[in-house]
Design a protein. Structure first.
Length: 153
């Protein structure tokens, strides 16, 4: 969050700490669900958290003619693979075990095998699949404020 909101953030953190664990879990669950939705939309738009576009796909040798018909990470962004979990202390958005290796390779820009059979490897450019945007930070602040406001009434 911005430095202008640092005093408010510390004040809100102390209020949230005084809440019951079940209320904190409920707040974390709401935040995680909203983050999962926003992360999926951002991945569909193929943008990094800072607003820049993903690095484009490399041309594929087997499909020399025509256009790539599928968008990148179409399945990764579905609710089946992008999970939202919560505890009283944290809201978690993560990929399932089935796809976490693929997501890690693209998130960090690592080298990985293209195909299990051929053994060919490729360097993948970093594409930040998960990360907080300014809009996400605003959504979190609004969710905490709304939850605290309903608890004070």
């Amino acid at each position: 969050m911005s430095e202008d909101l640092a005093p408010l953030e510390s004040f809100a953190a102390s209020l949230v700490a005084t809440m019951e664990p079940s209320a904190r879990r409920s707040l974390a669950r709401d935040i995680a669900k909203n983050l999962r939705t926003s992360q999926g939309k951002r991945i569909a738009a193929q943008q990094n958290p800072d607003g820049t576009d993903f690095a484009p796909r490399k041309p594929q040798l087997r499909h020399q003619t025509g256009k790539i018909r599928r968008t990148m990470f179409a399945k990764l962004r579905t609710f089946k693979y992008l999970k939202a979990n919560s505890t009283p202390d944290e809201a978690i958005v993560r990929f399932t075990r089935d796809v976490e290796r693929i997501a890690r390779v693209h998130q960090l820009g690592l080298r990985d095998k293209v195909n299990r059979k051929t053994g060919l490897e490729a360097d993948y450019p970093a594409r930040r699949l998960l990360g907080l945007t300014a809009a996400d930070e605003t959504m979190i602040a609004e969710a905490v404020t709304a939850h605290l406001a309903t608890g004070l009434k």
